[in-house]
Ligand binder design. Structure first.
Ligand SMILES: Nc1ncnc2c1ncn2[C@@H]1O[C@H](COP(=O)(O)OP(=O)(O)OP(=O)(O)O)[C@@H](O)[C@H]1O
Length: 214
């Protein structure tokens, strides 16, 4: 297809016989930030699950840099970081172990472990949770857990971030940090899609996409 970045063409998505999207078009161009909004239950998460390959749409195609996302040469799943609402962290691992697991997985194990541990400590310090590397994930507060998930964005190379409510549970300082890092990622050519139930003052967006009930 003719677009760089992520392009969903004639996408139809339904759940429990409710049609959430019908023949929808969505283009997330390189170096852009898209805000996905809509009331509870309208289908934001379902759309994100389609865009991350977790949910098969009823119809339509999704392309990454002109290749279907499932095409072996698209490189999509190597380029993508998806931060789901569930955070996808293991309760029985420490913070450092969780972050090490994801970073090494993405880099095929090639991240120098000493450097990685130093980078993890630096990001956690930047996020105001320095020194908690050895704590079990399950022992953290909701906000601290959320910050650990955000740390992945700084530790793993990627070209597209799909973020489900990334600003929820965050203090003002961390909201500012995340907005600044998102703008830096965009400046490097990154593609960003995020959801939020509230307008985020700190983050200017290039595109707003509403998912609404008819
Ligand atoms: N696993 C599922 N099986 C069946 N129906 C589902 C499933 N997940 C979601 N739905 C239904 O699909 C619709 C859209 O849900 P979805 O989670 O995509 O909405 P959302 O816009 O992300 O909502 P919220 O803002 O509350 O997170 C809802 O009516 C929901 O009940």
């Amino acid at each position: 297809m003719q677009f760089d970045g992520l392009y969903a063409h004639e996408l139809t998505v339904s759940r429990s016989e409710n049609v959430l999207l019908e023949d929808a078009e969505l283009h997330l161009a390189p170096a852009t930030i898209t805000y996905l909004y809509g009331e509870n239950g309208t289908g934001k998460t379902s759309l994100m699950r389609c865009l991350t390959g977790l949910l098969q749409p009823d119809d339509g195609k999704i392309y990454w840099n002109k290749k279907p996302i499932n095409h072996p040469e698209s490189g999509y799943f190597q380029d993508l970081i998806f931060l789901a609402h569930s955070l996808s962290m293991k309760n029985e691992l420490t913070i450092a172990e969780n972050l090490t697991f994801y970073a090494q997985l993405r880099c095929g194990g090639s991240y120098n472990n000493k450097e990685l541990q130093a980078d993890i400590s630096q990001v956690l310090t930047d996020l105001g949770i320095g020194g908690l590397e050895g704590r079990m994930f399950a022992e953290l507060s909701a906000g601290q857990q959320h910050k650990v998930a955000l740390a992945r964005l700084m530790l793993e190379p990627a070209k597209i971030w799909i973020l489900d409510e990334p600003f929820v549970n965050l203090d003002q300082k961390t909201r500012g940090w995340l907005a600044a890092k998102t703008l830096e990622f965009k400046a490097q050519g990154g593609v960003v899609l995020f959801t939020s139930h509230h307008h985020i003052d700190e983050l200017p967006v290039d595109q707003k996409v509403g998912v609404e009930h008819e």
